[in-house]
Each structure stands twice: as C-alpha cells, then as structure tokens.
Design a protein around this ligand. Sequence first.
Ligand code: HEM
Length: 352
Amino acid sequence: METFLIPQADTIPASWGWFQFLLLLTFPLHLLAMNAMLGGLVIGVMQHINGGELQKRLAHRVAIATPLLIALVVNLGVAPFLFLQVLYGQFIYTSSILMGLFWILVIPVLILAYSGGYLYDFKFAGLGRFGIVVGGLCCLAFLAIAAMFSNNMLLMVSPGKFSEYFASMNGTMLLTDSIQFWPRYLHMVVSALAIGGLAVALLGRFQAERDLNLADHATALGLRTFWILTLVNIPVGALFLMSLPKEQMMLFMGRDMGATVAFGIGLLLTLGAVVTGIRRKLWLTIMHVVLLVYVMVFMRAWLRSDYLRQHFTLDQLELVPQYSPMIFFFATLGLGVICLVWLWRTTAKAMA
Ligand code: HEM
C-alpha cells in the first residue's frame, strides 16, 4: 500500500553526490539566515516592549535589518529546495500534496510577513507602540512557516503515513500529534532564538563606530541570549533525540560510526560556543556556531536517509549523464559570487 504511494524517482543528470554536496552546502546558509531573521526579530520586539530609550533604538536597528534578512532567507531557501527535489522529489512532492492546503498557505503568509517587516522598518517611529503588534505578528507568521517546514520535512520521511490520506482527502495532513514533531520544531525554534542573539550581537559590533552605547548593549544582550538559550537547547536536543524511533536514535549512539562521531563533535562545538559566548568572544562564538550548524545539518541528512532506508537509498537514483547543465550552473554560480563580492565592496566603500 505504502510503496505504491511513492512515485517513481526521476533520473538524475549527474552523480547524486554532487546534489547532496550542494544541498549540504546551501541548506545551513538558509538556516543561519532564518535564525538571524526570526531570532533577531523576536529579540527586537522584546526590546521594543521593554521600552527604554536604548532598547527602542536597538529594536529600530533590528527592524531596519529585517527586510534584508527576509530576502536572504527566501533566496537561500531556493537553492536547497532545488537540490532536495532532485534527490528526494518522489517524497517531498508527495508530502507537499498531502499537506497541500497548509503548504500553499506558506506563500501568502510569507508575503504578509514580508510586508509587515517593511512596515515595521519604514514606519517604526510613526507606528509607536503599535509597532510591537506589527513586529509581533511577523514573528508569529515566521513561526507558523517554520512549523509548516518542520511538518513537511518530517512527513516526507514518513511514507508509512502517506496512506492516511484516504481517511481525509483534503490536503490537511499534519503530524502535530506525532511524538517526533514538537521536539524537532522546538529544537529548531530554540536554535533560531539563540543564533538570533548572535545576530543582534553582530549588529551591535557593526554599530560600534556610530553609537558605542547601543553597540555595547546589543553585544552584551545578544551574547547573553545566545549562551542561555544554547544551554536550554541541550535538554531540548536530547528530547528530540529520544523522540526518534529507537533504530534512528541508535544511529547516533554507536550504530553508525560516522553519525556517532558527528554527534560527539556537535556536543563539543556546543560546549565550545557556550564558553566563548560567556567570555564574550563574538567572532570565536560565531565560528563555533557556523561549524555546529553544518555538523547538525549533516546529522539531519544521515537521519533522513536512515528514515527512508527501507524504501529508498540515494544510490538507487538512475544516472542519465548530461553534464553541460551542471557546468553551466557552476559557471553562473561563479559569476554570481563575483558580482556579489563586487556589490559588497562597492556598498562598503560608499558607506565608509
Ligand atoms: C521565511 C520564512 C521561512 C522560515 C521561517 C523557514 C524555516 C525553515 C525551517 C525551520 C526548516 C527546517 C525544518 C525541519 O527540518 O524541521 C526549513 C527547511 C527548509 N527550508 Fe525554509 N523557511 C522559510 C522560508 C523558506 C523558503 C521561502 C524556501 C524556499 C524557497 C525554504 C526552503 C527550505 C528548504 C528546502 C528546507 C529543507 C532542506 C532540507 O531538508 O534539506 N524556506 N526552513
């Protein structure tokens, strides 16, 4: 029953390793940007609620950064989405249809949140305390979108659930009653809030020349938020691990040596990040966190392929070689990166 609901996989034009490499390279960038956007905005709105002069100035700086971060999140989400479809199209398309009503809602909700982000930025002074409502609604919208993503990422690796569609054929399949959903989502959200703290601290660092008081306040608040929430995330992560089916949980506890080593490195990096955060070493903390997010994304990929192992492994994808699109892709990517570096330098010079 279940296997017949999994469509035939498409052929791939180059070895699957290329697509996996590109997926694992780009997805952490999406996550880091999403964390800065969501976590940063939550902290900004909390500062706005606090109401002091310095706090309000920080909330305004965060509001100014938000539309830019939304654009980054969306653009950095497209790349992994493409690679995910190539590798796991038969699962992600099916799960997207099964939860279609909610999945399609991501687009209007995102458009509304994006507009709200611009409103909060451009009309910050004019909105006064009402800005808190606007910023707060944007946070809720992002949290709802993140929940839809978590639902879809879990649903795509649960083909055993696909046949439940026949019980209610209206595209509203949510896994909120699954023991695996809430710890996974909570782990993502707490990480977002913690890394949002780092983003706020970084924002402060960039303000150092213009507004020293604001810079000090943002750095102290951001780093404190980071390390406290990272400590909170350790039990949350453990809960997530324990919520996994026993077989998948054991993957990180000796069943697979690579996954177990990655887990160990992840724990060491977490402790390292907390220590550097407490000691207020911003750049060192950022370095730990970027590495940590990459390691966690690797672990997530291990978990996904293990969930699907009985139905599908990536080496089953049929290779029909066609390398010219790939070469064209890398050439365009290279040109794009050169343009971005040029743009960054030109803007930095203009602002100096
Ligand atoms: C702006 C609001 C967004 C938020 C808050 C958000 C948040 C998230 C979260 C929390 C996950 C991880 C879910 C999990 O594994 O449990 C995720 C995954 C993902 N997001 Fe986003 N996302 C947003 C927008 C987008 C957009 C617009 C795209 C694409 C155009 C996108 C592409 C992806 C992809 C492809 C994944 C999964 C990658 C993988 O499993 O390897 N996201 N997102």
